[in-house]
Write a protein that binds this ligand. Structure first.
Ligand code: ADP
Length: 381
């Protein structure tokens, strides 16, 4: 990366105006804690906490102008109220608190110290929505649990949380220690989702820093306990929000779910590139809605020229984890809260998910071993 300079960033930010004073945010002295690290840029804009919501477009614009600079991989901008006149910490729900502290890009959350019992965290991502990412995440989690592993499922798809419905869980989580929330549980899997906090049909409007704190709370302030794998259902797409999540959660690796036509459209490749940019190993690709088996005659139709994903995975140096056909039973079961891996474990579809889960488990273990070999040894005397 040919180094983005501080000057380039300040020049870009000089185009962003603080609406009340009419001054640009650089000369008004509002830009704080600028940090540049290998193309990842972070800083805060100091604002009056009462004006958090009103200034969200300004925050967004600041993020956009920085993101547009050549060489910038990610831009994380938070509104802070640390030194705002009056010294108040800001009302909860404002943009300022809850976000990372001023002084640059937020540190990774959910580090091993914070989640000591969680052995690995795996993101399930897709280049775009509607490819069956959540359905795959759920059945993969259940496939791993069926093999005897301790599994958690975190719904980071906060814009359209579907885990409560797919996992057949309703109600709200409670707290047994009065401090952290206990995850909800069904089919032997611990689940956390924003969907437990709000009605499914309530449109959720999230501002950038709120996304971060929601994610942070779901990781850090939940009693996940001992887990072999925490599966994170990512929001669809490869925008800045996803990238920031990929950076801030200490992911062991990521899995990309794609449909055959999505492969052709290169959306999956975008997903792969996103994780590679932030040094998250991609554990493999799953092709969903791969082919169609006629429920009447059993004939297999390869609607979207099946097989492309395997070839594409090979070409991109990614493992191919397996393929799942398009089938009504998969849709019906996951949409009604009885995913096929638990409701019809002997079906060919459940078997396909379990085979993918086994392969995923092997890749996770390999990746953990590789990461351990690379990590510096700490000797405690
Ligand atoms: P995403 O998370 O990518 O937006 P979902 O998992 O919500 O996608 O899936 C979108 C819709 O497609 C859901 O109704 C789901 O039941 C259905 N679906 C997903 N995978 C399959 C499949 N292999 N066969 C049939 N329907 C599927």
């Amino acid at each position: 990366m040919a180094g983005v300079t501080e000057q380039e960033i300040l020049d870009a930010l000089a185009k962003v105006t603080e609406p009340e004073s009419g001054k640009d945010i650089v000369s008004a002295g509002l830009v704080k804690g600028l940090q540049i690290k290998d193309g990842h840029i972070g800083f805060s804009i100091e604002v009056d906490p009462k004006r958090g919501a009103e200034l969200e477009p300004m925050r967004k614009l600041a993020e956009e102008v920085v993101y547009d600079i050549k060489g910038v991989i990610s831009a994380t901008v938070v509104l802070t109220a640390e030194k705002a006149q009056g010294g108040g910490a800001g009302a909860p729900g404002d943009n300022a608190p809850g976000g990372p502290p001023p002084g640059g890009p937020a540190p990774k959350i959910g580090t091993p110290d914070l989640l000591p019992g969680v052995k690995s965290i795996v993101a399930v991502a897709s280049g775009k929505g509607g490819v069956g990412k959540s359905t795959t995440a759920v059945n993969l989690a259940l496939g791993l649990a069926a093999a005897g592993h301790k599994i958690g499922l975190m719904d980071a798809d906060i814009y359209g949380p579907s885990m409560p419905r797919m996992m057949g869980i309703s109600g709200q989580p409670s707290s047994s220690d009065g401090k952290n929330l206990d995850p909800m549980e069904n089919y032997g899997i611990k689940v956390m989702s924003m969907g437990f906090m709000v009605e499914e049909d309530t449109p959720m409007i999230w501002r950038g820093p709120m996304v971060q704190s929601a994610l942070e709370q779901m990781l850090r302030d939940v009693n996940w306990g001992e887990l072999d794998v925490l599966i994170v259902d990512m929001p669809p797409g490869t925008g800045d929000a996803q990238l920031t999540m990929a950076q801030r959660v200490p992911l062991t690796g990521a899995i990309i779910v794609s449909t055959p036509q999505d492969i052709a459209l290169l959306d999956a490749r975008r997903g792969l590139n996103m994780f590679r940019k932030v040094d998250v190993p991609v554990l493999g690709l799953i092709e969903n809605m791969s082919y169609f088996t006629c429920p009447h005659c059993g004939e297999r139709s390869e609607i979207f020229s099946h097989g492309g994903a395997r070839a594409e995975a090979d070409k991109l140096g990614m493992d191919f984890l397996g393929e799942i056909p398009l089938h009504m039973d998969i849709r019906k079961t996951s949409d009604s809260g009885r995913p096929i891996v638990v409701s019809d474990p002997d079906s060919e579809y459940a078997k396909a998910y379990r085979a993918i889960a086994d392969k995923t488990w092997d890749n996770i273990q390999q990746t953990i071993a590789q990461q351990a070999a690379k990590a510096p040894k700490i000797v405690v005397q």
